[in-house]
Design a protein around this ligand. Structure first.
Ligand code: SF4
Ligand code: SF4
Length: 66
């Protein structure tokens, strides 16, 4: 899953590149995870390297992990 971080300069280049209209523009840009097919096309076009792989935080909770 892709994620746009705070390096984003709001240039809009990725929006045109997205094959599935998954990038939502505005004051900040974000990726609609319901629509994103994880193709990576937006990553290649982003000159800020702001589109990165989302890594879920590791929860260090024995009850949660049991
Ligand atoms: S191409 Fe990169 S810097 Fe430009 S709007 Fe998209 S995520 Fe932001
Ligand atoms: S990975 Fe592909 S589908 Fe997902 S936001 Fe980027 S260009 Fe769009």
């Amino acid at each position: 899953m892709k994620f746009i971080n705070d390096k984003c300069s709001i240039c809009g280049d990725c929006v045109a590149k997205c094959v599935n209209n998954a990038i939502i523009s505005g004051d900040i840009y974000r990726i609609d995870i319901e629509k994103c097919i994880d193709c990576g096309a937006c990553v290649e076009v982003c000159n800020q390297n702001a589109i990165v792989e989302y890594v879920a935080p590791i929860v260090d909770d024995p009850e949660f992990n049991s």
